[in-house]
Design a binder for this molecule. Structure first.
Ligand code: DAH
Length: 348
């Protein structure tokens, strides 16, 4: 093929491609392909350089004209784009994008209610760190290193340079905040009596299914005072459940149980006498652990157990919210599926 044919082809291709380019990226790509440093025009220019003087004379004008027309096509393509942007019609009658009002997460709603009930009973709301030390999460709660009670709480241990740290972990329960609080007494910055409640995240190395999550929320309440009895504990729990489950017929039942940081320890079941037959609360539902704070736990923190005693309890907030709203899958809470969450919508 002769140089003049090549020139004609190139010009034809370039004009067609610039005309077809619809975006600025596409126009730029065509420019690089033809007018770029290694583009087709540069290639042809090299070939032209090797042509005889006679050919050069004959084709010089043709070459310049081809170059000019490609440049012009590039300019036109750019102008076309700018025009397209300006000419885009704006339809003022179209409905605007829907705006959704956010709502308070169902867990946060229940958490607020729990905190309200407890503050009305003279409790202070506190929290502790999510990254805890063995000492507070286990040791000071009467769960020494080799105690089998550790097995009940599959733990996320932190690592340090690839090795298990041996000391730091993601707290497995909010009871860790109890040991932190008692320690303040030993340090002289807190004096009994006191009532505290914690609503906070806890973490367990659990296989996730409809009733287990590896990240969930616990409520921990504890009272240190004089002449505190199990009757105070039962009354407190009944007050909590009446308020949060929004029923005035809740019945609670205590079963003896073992938790290293209380003595005696109980598990509490709840039911509602007016619940519809067949509904969840028509039968006993296991809900929480509690007991009288173990004297050794108080002592470890520096609280004199011959002068002070108290009760403590801990329960899963998700479980409470599930009973309250008849939710059957715990994964809904951390799942961030707005279709489910909006059903519990309430303004902030
Ligand atoms: N910390 C316990 C757990 O996560 C729950 C618990 C049981 C808390 C008994 C308490 C208690 O304060 O007295 O399994």
């Amino acid at each position: 093929m002769s140089l003049s044919d090549d020139l004609a082809h190139l010009q034809q291709d370039a004009l067609a491609q610039f005309a077809a380019a619809r975006t600025s990226e596409a126009v730029e790509a065509v420019r690089i392909a033809f007018l770029g440093r290694n583009g087709r025009i540069k290639e042809l220019q090299k070939a032209f350089g090797q042509a005889s003087a006679e050919e050069k004379r004959a084709l010089g004008a043709l070459f310049n004209q081809c170059l000019e027309s490609v440049k012009q096509a590039h300019q036109n393509a750019q102008l076309g784009l700018a025009g397209a942007e300006v000419d885009e019609p704006i339809d003022l009658t179209l409905p605007s994008g829907a705006r959704h009002l956010g709502s308070v997460h169902p867990l946060s709603q229940v958490a607020r209610e729990v905190e309200e009930v407890f503050t009305s009973m003279g409790y202070t709301v506190i929290d502790g760190p999510h990254i805890e030390q063995d000492e507070y999460n286990f040791g000071r709660l009467n769960i020494p290193a080799d105690h089998p009670a550790r097995d009940a709480q599959d733990t996320f241990w932190l690592t340090s340079q690839g090795w298990r740290d041996g000391d730091r972990l993601l707290r497995t329960h909010t009871s860790a905040v109890q040991s932190r609080t008692y320690r303040l007494v030993g340090e002289g910055t807190l004096t009994p009596p006191f009532r505290r409640v914690v609503v906070g995240k806890v973490f367990r190395y659990e296989a996730v299914d409809a009733t287990h999550d590896n990240t969930f929320t616990q409520v921990e309440g504890f009272v240190v005072d004089k002449e505190i009895t199990v009757a105070h504990l039962v009354g407190t729990i009944r007050t909590l459940l009446t308020a949060v489950l929004k029923r005035d017929d809740v019945e609670v039942r205590l079963r003896p149980s073992f938790f290293p940081f209380v003595e005696p320890g109980f598990e509490v079941d709840v039911r509602s006498t007016s619940a519809e037959p067949g509904s969840r609360l028509s039968r006993w539902v296991e809900l929480l652990g509690c007991g009288m704070i173990h004297p050794r736990v108080l002592e470890q923190g520096g609280v004199d157990p011959s002068r002070w005693q108290g009760f403590a309890f801990g329960l899963g907030l998700e479980r409470l919210a599930m009973i309250r709203h008849d939710i059957t899958d715990i994964r809904l809470f951390n799942g961030a599926d707005l279709r489910s969450l909006h059903q519990f919508g309430t303004g902030a």
